[in-house]
Design a binder for this molecule. Structure first.
Ligand SMILES: Cc1cc2nc3c(=O)[nH]c(=O)nc-3n(C[C@H](O)[C@H](O)[C@H](O)COP(=O)(O)O)c2cc1C
Length: 375
């Protein structure tokens, strides 16, 4: 795989960025498509921020900065590496399911709320097998990347694959063994609010065997360089569920957790959104989920005594938002909505602002700020 060359700024960068900026005023959906093409072809200017204070060691890897690309943006495997060249610290492909899925998907961009509302059951993706040649072709690159695997059947009883009933344990183990050799971390996705798995996460008897079967699969298919095992949590965990989940995560010795996915909305959720145009049912991402996600980060950090690295995700648009997540206990951060509304170079703005905040608060290393509001 060839990575595009990003120039510091030339005429075509300026023209493309202006065109993207105009398009995003008209249609965020078009803006997202242009981001994908622009990244693939090196059309955005390179504005990378290098600042020592942003470096952090997590999962045995040194990250030059903590901001990564969240799952959902790159299902074809052709954007993440370009985004890392532009300034992201890491990125995640997926989610992928065992078989190709093309459910109807409605994505609404609530500009006033800086939010994205998704109505879809399942994950639109080409299926795990289809992506493997791409993962193989990019494996020589030095970028730290994750692959997010998911199951989207509403219940395990309905989990029929190739005509046979399959347990979650078995399904995750098959998926893990296929992609383990080609990624640095593997995400077991429990975050989809509309599937049973997101509610079973607090059940030790479900979570533990899934993690154990994945570890066994990985040790066989990638014995030399096994990927780290990461769990993506649902955002709507209750206060009763959090300690149960944390105990199991500690027992399972997972390498990190992503906190978390999208928020499930029902009709009466309109009240906290400014945009009244749409029938607000679905899953919400972006600014409105920021505080929910930050308080879950703090809750997980507290209940794991900071022993499991947290990758925070949800509503980060600037350096202040990023600092809040770190102070609540996150070591790394992922973004999605900010990229769509503010363009891919938003990472460099966030990093610049975050470095300034860290210095102003007297932190010499990002690591020293992790959990500083919780301790
Ligand atoms: C259109 C869309 C598609 C997404 N697809 C996935 C996905 O396939 N897998 C996943 O784990 N998360 C997915 N997400 C969730 C994001 O990874 C992230 O958790 C969420 O958007 C919150 O971050 P944000 O507030 O920065 O957008 C998706 C989000 C959006 C808006």
């Amino acid at each position: 795989m060839k990575i595009p060359h990003y120039s510091k700024t030339n005429l075509s960068n300026v023209l493309f960025t202006t065109f993207w900026w105009l398009s995003h005023k008209i249609s965020p959906s078009l803006s997202k498509k242009l981001i994908v093409y622009g990244i693939r072809d090196g059309a955005f200017a390179d504005k990378r921020v290098f600042n020592k204070v942003l470096g952090i060691d997590v999962m045995g890897h040194h990250f030059k900065n903590p901001i990564g690309v969240a799952a959902g943006l790159d299902k074809r495997g052709n954007v993440i590496d370009g985004m890392i060249s532009l300034g992201y610290g890491f990125g995640e492909f997926g989610s992928y399911t065992l078989e190709k899925e093309m459910p109807l998907k409605k994505v609404m961009y609530l500009r006033q709320d800086k939010a994205i509302l998704v109505q879809s059951l399942g994950y639109r993706n080409p299926g795990l097998r289809a992506i493997i040649p791409t993962l193989i072709s990019r494996r020589h690159l030095p970028n730290f990347i994750g692959v997010n695997i998911a199951t989207s059947t509403p219940t395990e009883a309905e989990n029929i694959k190739q005509g046979q009933h399959m347990t979650y344990e078995h399904e995750f183990a098959i998926m893990a063994s296929k992609v383990a050799p080609y990624c640095d971390y593997l995400v077991l996705n429990f975050s989809h609010p509309e599937v049973e798995l997101s509610r079973l996460i607090s059940d030790r008897a479900t979570l533990l065997p899934i993690v154990q079967s994945v570890r066994t699969a990985i040790s066989q298919s990638a014995p030399i360089r096994p990927p780290k095992v990461v769990i993506k949590l649902p955002l709507d965990l209750t206060n009763q569920e959090v300690p149960l989940v944390c105990n199991t995560l500690l027992e399972a010795q997972v390498d990190a957790v992503i906190v978390g996915g999208v928020q499930s909305l029902s009709k009466n959720s309109d009240k906290f959104l400014k945009d009244k145009k749409y029938h607000h049912i679905g899953m919400l991402a972006g600014k409105p989920i920021k505080d929910l996600s930050t308080s879950l980060v703090a809750n997980i950090y507290h209940n794991t005594q900071g022993k499991i690295p947290i990758i925070a995700c949800g509503g980060v648009f600037n350096g202040k938002d990023a600092f809040e997540k770190i102070a609540a206990g996150a070591s790394l951060i992922q973004i999605y909505s900010a990229i769509v509304f503010q363009g891919p170079n938003v990472v460099n703005k966030i990093n610049k602002e975050l470095a300034k905040i860290l210095r102003e608060k007297g932190f010499e290393k990002l690591e020293d700020a992790v959990g500083c509001d919780v301790k």
